[in-house]
Write a protein that binds this ligand. Structure first.
Ligand SMILES: Cc1cc2nc3c(=O)[nH]c(=O)nc-3n(C[C@H](O)[C@H](O)[C@H](O)COP(=O)(O)OP(=O)(O)OC[C@H]3O[C@@H](n4cnc5c(N)ncnc54)[C@H](O)[C@@H]3O)c2cc1C
Length: 453
């Protein structure tokens, strides 16, 4: 059978059950990666850089097992129609993604698929499918803790093992026609600010698996106590690898539960904390599936009122360019520009400052993050922003505002993080707003909006 495997966010060989099934069911298999032209949605600039590198690595790994990866920038449904006809394709294998944009594209592909070809979903890009976890009355969870309680019980060996497989490295096929180049996708941004990312990231399955090993050997056991300290470099830094599917989350989750069984008592809490962070990712994907417009709208619609957002473009520009005069904010934004990544605590501090102290809508911040993060993900980014902004049921209340001074005293006591990213000569001495006055004003705006509901 002439078949296709359509790679999306599953850019790996091992533990890729979609690839395994495609190999088992085909006499001829070609791999494709498509940047869809049939949507306004786009991959953020820093993430495009990561994707470019990850695809080069996948292309090489696939070639070793006799599969050619071709790259297209086309209208997806149109592309498949032509390809199926031209190469007599019978099945297209892919990994399910519940991202609302991907779902829409898939719907269109399915609608226009000729009768003699079938689109087969095998794996998925999350541990659970969003319909598997329900409240007792059949609804979905809106808050993380009860979701986690159910998730932890639900995710057993069977679910995890069903998403794993070993693919022996041998030639399965005679490699097919190679008529495209990854450069055809034009993923590298025109500005060359991304060039420095090479210093910080080595995309690709093998490098990412090595990073996981290193993290487990060196930092996992102290994760709980160190993960919040921005200069400790104690987190796994695998978010981009996970989002592009270089790592299987089911395999990682299972490995961690095994570590938990054999760990010394003093390390258990750390491993458990890490597992719970992975479940936050699942919760973000689950939430976006059940509220598919929350990547561009507040989950509480009254929170989109202008009453809440009175900050101007000048303030936004100062936030983006590390010119707020508040060292922790300016260094975090510098980390983002330099590395295409930001520590989770820094993300929370800068997001709180933008939305509450500066009164700027979370979507503007989320859009800036979208273009700047190598790990930009629709579900995690919008949940992160709405969680901090207080615009959704799963969020901290609007009245909870991160005070940058207190956060610095707690999580960057010696100033190592600030010194690393903000050379002394770049520290502005006058903050663009008074932290206490702007926090007070934010609470007043929120009270006003509640009274108008
Ligand atoms: C405003 C804001 C925006 C964010 N935008 C994104 C985004 O676009 N893409 C993204 O991957 N993450 C996002 N996050 C979540 C989190 O900051 C990153 O996943 C984390 O910093 C990645 O670093 P790490 O791999 O070292 O994490 P670790 O601490 O080592 O955690 C391991 C993995 O668990 C998951 N995880 C950890 N923390 C969270 C969290 N708070 N929410 C959801 N999943 C989590 C990630 O997959 C992460 O790679 C955002 C958080 C905030 C507050």
């Amino acid at each position: 059978m002439n078949n296709l495997i359509w790679f999306r966010n599953d850019l790996r060989i091992q533990n890729n059950i979609t690839l395994k099934k495609a190999i088992d069911c085909s006499s001829n298999l070609e791999a494709v990666y498509i940047i869809p032209k049939d949507t306004d949605w786009y991959i953020g600039e820093a993430a495009q850089w990561y994707l470019h590198k990850s695809l080069i690595s996948l292309e090489k790994d696939l070639l070793e097992i006799g599969i050619t990866l071709n790259f297209y920038r086309e209208d997806t449904a149109e592309f498949f129609k032509k390809k199926i006809d031209q190469d007599k394709i019978q099945r297209i294998f892919c990994t399910e993604s519940n991202n609302p944009i991907q779902l829409k594209i898939d719907q269109e592909v399915n609608k226009r698929l000729p009768k003699n070809c079938q689109l087969s979903y095998i794996g998925r890009d999350t541990i659970i499918s969003p319909e598997q976890i329900k409240t007792n009355d059949g609804g979905y969870y809106k808050v993380y803790t009860p979701f986690w309680n159910k998730f932890e019980q639900f995710v057993g060996q069977e679910i995890l093992e069903s998403q794993q497989c070993n693919i022996p490295l041998k030639k399965y096929f005679n490699s097919g026609e190679k008529n495209t180049n990854v450069l055809d996708l034009k993923l590298l941004p025109e500005k060359d600010w991304y060039k420095k990312f090479d210093k910080y990231w080595q995309p690709g399955e093998r490098n990412s698996l090595d990073n996981v090993d290193k993290f487990i050997q060196t930092n996992l056991f102290k994760y709980k106590d160190h993960r919040d300290f921005m200069s400790d470099d104690a987190t796994a830094k695998i978010s981009a690898a996970i989002n592009f599917g270089e790592i299987s989350t089911a395999a990682l989750y299972q490995r961690l539960t095994q570590e938990l069984y054999s760990a010394h008592e003093s390390c258990e809490l750390s491993i458990h904390t890490f597992i719970k962070q992975m479940a936050w990712r699942e919760f973000a994907k689950y939430t976006l599936f059940h509220n598919s417009d929350t990547y561009f709208k507040s989950a509480y619609s009254y929170c989109d009122s202008d009453v809440l957002w009175n900050g101007d473009d000048i303030l936004f520009e100062l936030w983006k360019t590390s010119k707020t005069g508040i060292p922790i904010i300016d260094s975090a934004m510098q980390q983002l520009r330099e590395e295409g990544w930001m520590h989770n605590r820094s993300r929370m501090i800068v997001a709180s400052f933008l939305t509450k102290n500066l009164g700027i809508h979370w979507l503007k911040g989320a859009t800036w993050f979208w273009d700047s993060l190598v790990d930009a993900d629709l579900a995690l980014n919008s949940m992160g922003w709405q969680w901090v902004a207080g615009t959704a049921p799963y969020s901290a209340q609007f009245s909870r505002i991160f005070n940058p001074t207190i956060q610095t005293q707690k999580y960057d006591k010696k100033g190592d993080y600030i010194n690393k990213y903000l050379p002394k000569q770049n520290i502005l001495t006058t903050p663009i707003v008074s932290i206490s006055d702007s926090a007070y004003a934010a609470k007043q705006r929120y009270k006003k909006i509640i009274s108008m509901k």
